[in-house]
Write a protein that binds this ligand. Structure first.
Ligand SMILES: Nc1nc2c(c(=O)[nH]1)N[C@H]1C(S)=C(S)[C@@H](COP(=O)(O)O)O[C@H]1N2
Ligand SMILES: [Mo]
Length: 337
């Protein structure tokens, strides 16, 4: 699938350098790309290069998805010189407990989940509540590509190119009332297709729930994603609609969303319910606040193996401090983990 690359001069962010794009691409292509900066290539050539996200399984995107791709732009390449995680790793090392607790379970079990048709409900403290077929829900939005680090609370990380749109654009559409202070997200409940919900993995009180403060949701880095690696989301990554908040631990990035509610009170979230002393509402990536059972100072960047564990230092707010630190001024991050 082709993705249009904007010229470097189109980029708003000063840290979107052609070099960073090139480094990611080259790593992705296994070093076979010619030694040319993307910025010096004609548009078609750059696009052709991007279409070669190596070893991406062809999807079966619905029509509405394909129609949104030509408008895709590189807007926030926030990862400098870090290789994009191979598609195979990003789609076969997953957490999605609805499909089992082993890292390989989602890839093995999620394929059978019907993701089209899909209904999304928007309710609560909004001027314009609604119940939408996904393609109608998506009508107002253009897709953007965002290459973000994803840091799991379990101390592994990846770099993933998402396709999505800012939550702020959704909020503009649905018009939160003056009472709305938080946004709450809920995953599908479907025991027939989600073996983890059937087996009564007793820890989790389904459905999986997550939430953000409204100002966090308004931050331009927070997106709702419908695709990755230039295609629609594979089921194990949360098809057809998931949250991506790159400065927070991965468990905040809830998958397969069916309900989005604007609420007054801070929502009680899934991992908070399970172990409130280990997983907080904020869950901001923070190398100086350890998990009670392990350090958060370092992480394993996938692919990671016995002989090349690929361990690196964890960055404050997962490397996005410039963009998000101001959201938490005055907040004790040790207490509000
Ligand atoms: N509904 C739901 N969403 C979820 C999870 C889950 O178990 N169920 N796991 C979370 C965790 S712990 C992580 S690290 C990320 C993993 O996303 P990925 O598999 O696409 O890398 O999804 C998050 N979203
Ligand atoms: Mo996670």
């Amino acid at each position: 699938m082709l993705i249009k690359l904007s010229r470097p001069s189109d980029c708003k962010e000063s840290d979107i350098t052609p070099e960073s794009l090139y480094l990611s691409r080259r790593a992705l292509l296994g070093g076979t790309a010619a030694a040319l900066a993307v910025g010096s290539l004609p548009r078609w050539a750059a696009a052709a290069e991007v279409s070669q996200y190596a070893d991406v399984d062809a999807g079966a995107a619905p029509n509405w998805f394909a129609e949104k791709l030509p408008g895709t732009q590189w807007q926030a390449v926030t990862v400098k010189g870090e290789a994009i995680t191979p598609f195979k790793d990003a789609t076969h090392y997953n957490n999605f407990y609805e499909f089992g607790t082993d890292k390989g379970d989602p890839a093995a079990n999620a394929g059978a989940l019907p993701t089209s048709p899909w209904t999304v409900v928007v309710d609560g403290e909004v001027g314009k509540p609604g119940r939408y077929a996904l393609e109608d829900f998506m009508k107002p939005y253009q897709l953007q590509e965002r290459i973000y680090r994803l840091r799991c609370v379990e101390a592994w990380s990846m770099v993933i190119p998402w396709l999505g749109f800012p939550i702020s654009a959704l909020l503009k559409q649905v018009e939160p009332t003056s009472k709305a202070r938080y946004i709450r997200f809920e995953t599908l409940q479907d025991p027939k297709h989600m073996p983890g919900q059937r087996s009564g993995f007793a820890l989790i009180d389904w459905p999986y729930v997550e939430g953000l403060r409204l100002d966090e949701a308004m931050n331009p880095l927070a997106i709702l994603a419908v695709g990755m690696y230039g295609r629609e989301l594979p089921n194990q990554n949360g098809a057809p609609l998931r949250l991506v908040v790159p400065w927070k631990y991965g468990f905040k990035s809830i998958k397969s969303i069916v309900r989005i509610s604007l609420v007054e009170q801070q929502p009680r979230t899934t991992w908070q319910n399970i172990a409130p002393e280990e997983y907080g509402f904020y869950a901001n990536v923070n190398p100086t606040v350890d998990h009670p059972r392990w350090t958060q100072a370092r992480e394993r960047r996938l692919p990671s193996g016995l002989f090349s564990p690929n361990v690196r230092d964890t960055q404050m707010f997962n490397g996005y401090a410039d963009e998000v630190a101001s959201l938490y001024s005055g907040l004790d991050l040790r207490k509000n983990y």
